[in-house]
Design a binder for this molecule. Sequence first.
Ligand code: PLP
Length: 377
Amino acid sequence: MDYAATTPVDPAVAAVMGRFLTMDGIFGNPASRSHVYGWEAAEAVDQARCQVADLIGADHREIIFTSGATEADNTAVKGAALARRALDGRDHVVTSAIEHKAVLDPCRYLESLGFSVTYLRPGRQGVISPDQVLEALTDRTALVSLMHVNNETGAVNDIAAVARICRERGILLHADCAQSLGREKIDVGTCWADLVSLSAHKIYGPKGVGALYVRRSPEVKIEPLIHGGGHERGFRSGTLPTHQIAGMGEACRLAAERFAQDTARIRELRDTLERKLMTLPGVTLNGPRDGRVCGILNLSFAGVEGETLLASLKDVAVSSGSACNSASVEPSYVLTAMGVPRDLAHASLRFSLGRFSTPEEVDCVFRAVTRMVAALR
Ligand SMILES: *Cc1c(COP(=O)(O)O)cnc(C)c1O
């Protein structure tokens, strides 16, 4: 019940990766141009680049491999803001208060470099409206960074509408799509974000690899964060991890192939769990009922300490707030920004389902939660 934190590697992905990890496999450096070991590795990287590009309607030349969505977010936010300021002096960034820390912390860093940042507050459902973005723009705005799907509530933002607003005004748009890849339709070919962050391990690929989509037309300039060797067309130096990249490619190919089937099945399981848990007294849904990604269910259990509930649900892997913050006892900053009262924010759990979730698991979770909530109350 914690697929939003990470997913198991699909067996088909592991099989592809294995071909790059054995003595008789493909071990060459994809940057080696002078022999067959390099060529075959480069060919595997090219194929994966096309598979990633295809899933979001991009050209393969617009994909830069990174170590994950955190690095992609950092490269997009800092790299694009710094390049834009150098170009025309624009030094304002618009984002939201409920972004992942991988966007919020780079924004804080930009503030330390003299940028001003507007942090939009979501509505009660956890959605940022295109109108809010429009109102926040100034003639100094360089970049808007808005997540497609929120990792705690599953709320979906209308990136296409925000993209139209930004494009008309020559403002760059970055979208963190770590939670939406393979779950919501993404098509950068139409008017969409200019920079898109992706992660492999949220879509049944390996940890430690992700990608940043960088639009070629109109061309987006970014200042690289990592220098040395000029790999990835100078955007991101370092020897490419062929096995990781091939794994991400296969994960994307599978995600495309299974899109309709996976999303429908996961949504049905999630809706069943939601319907059952909502029959308990004092349970409220955090996030929109419609306009929510298929696998996420965030509920508050009035009168119960979320951390205590979490600790008592020994056989259920579930989280309160996001995994990155569950070490702290502060309630989720996402829920509090949405206006959820602190006690209810403290009493919240995020269930997230995925490709390998089963009806039996949903049943088991419902019974365990029902039992624990009753006991703790
Ligand atoms: C998981 C996640 C990230 C970080 O991705 P990594 O690949 O683990 O660095 C960033 N943003 C969102 C919304 C996420 O869910």
